[in-house]
Design a protein around this ligand. Structure first.
Ligand code: BMA
Length: 321
């Protein structure tokens, strides 16, 4: 088994979400968290949905990565009003530490489609919204944890396809670069979906992790060729350290798929959606150690949060398969 589910799964459910009136009362679901570990503190940014199908973000903190205390104050992205557009939902945050600053990339549903916005925080209580890119319809943005020649790099997924159920999706992951985190230029197409198999449509999961072998990246794949529902799974790919636009190795099979009742049944059935990943041990050069424990946080059926653990070595081995 590459990824082992935590015995206490799902580790966060709607019952754990505090009421924060008037915004959050009797939450419907909590899923797709971003994750970082700073010092000894594990931090999640949770996507919480209410009965009005409104979306809020809540921070949660833990000392062991398993038991989380959820804050009673929703995250506010200061300055998001400056977008000048009606913002319907801000969701699926991906968290990346660059130096001592935490950057948050969020999907933002507007009348003009889904855009990727970026915010930053130094204390996890005040979040400064930096802006949203011009690209009209793009999702699943993740920042690399370091800069390349003065530029930020991001993996993102253009929503080039509208599925029969009206959901927009895509089958490519693109490497983009920026100097200010707001204007992005596509640099390379990194990955394509594999028609007929587990990852026909794809999107980034958590941000990539530096290893000696390359950038290790967990992504989600969607099998769309089954009659009743799309199946969201997780897989892994290794990107070149110097040239992250090129693929070194890619898992043939998924490494996590919906199997447990809380993954098979819920707001959207058959979904595991990895969005946060914490690596416990790095070597002196800043590369994740092969024997390091890895915690993968994922949304289950768009309803609750699951945790699965593995090691860097096991994920690397999955890429080679
Ligand atoms: C994707 C996104 C995710 C969601 C997933 C499964 O398109 O909307 O937020 O978890 O679908 O419904």
């Amino acid at each position: 088994m590459i990824l082992e589910r935590h015995p206490a799964n799902p580790i966060i459910t709607r019952d754990d979400v505090p009421d924060v009136p008037p915004e959050i009362v009797d939450a419907t679901s909590v899923f797709n968290p971003g994750a970082v570990k700073v010092g000894d503190a594990y931090r999640l940014m949770l996507r919480v949905q209410t009965r009005g199908r409104r979306t809020h973000l809540l921070m949660a903190t833990s000392r062991d990565g398993r038991n989380f205390e959820i804050e009673r104050e929703p995250v506010r992205l200061r300055g998001i009003e400056a977008m000048g557009e009606t913002v319907h939902h801000v969701y699926d945050p991906r968290l990346t530490m660059i130096g001592d600053t935490c950057y948050v990339v969020v999907a933002i549903d507007t009348d003009a489609g889904c855009r990727l916005g970026v915010a930053r925080t130094d204390d996890f209580s005040t979040f400064e919204f930096l802006g949203a890119g011009e690209a009209p319809d793009v999702r699943n943005g993740v920042l690399f944890p370091e800069m390349f020649g003065g530029k930020f790099l991001r993996l993102d997924r253009p929503n080039a396809t509208r599925l029969e159920d009206g959901v927009t999706s895509g089958d490519t992951i693109v490497l983009s670069e920026s100097t200010d985190l707001v204007s992005w230029t596509p640099r390379a197409q990194v990955l394509r979906g594999r028609l007929h198999y587990w990852d026909e449509r794809i999107g980034s999961g958590p941000p990539p992790v530096r290893t000696r072998e390359g950038w290790l990246h967990v992504y989600h794949g969607i099998a769309t060729h089954f009659a009743s529902a799309s199946i969201y799974q997780a897989g892994v790919v290794l990107l070149d350290l110097e040239d992250p636009g090129s693929v070194v190795a890619r898992s043939r099979d998924n490494v996590l798929e919906p199997r447990e009742p809380y993954e098979l049944v819920g707001q959207v059935p058959n979904v595991v959606f990895p969005s946060g990943m914490i690596v416990e041990a790095f070597d002196a050069d800043g590369c994740a150690r092969p024997d390091s424990e890895v915690l993968v946080y994922y949304g289950a059926a768009d309803t609750c949060v699951g945790l699965a653990t593995t090691t860097i070595g096991k994920l690397l081995a999955a890429c080679e398969s």
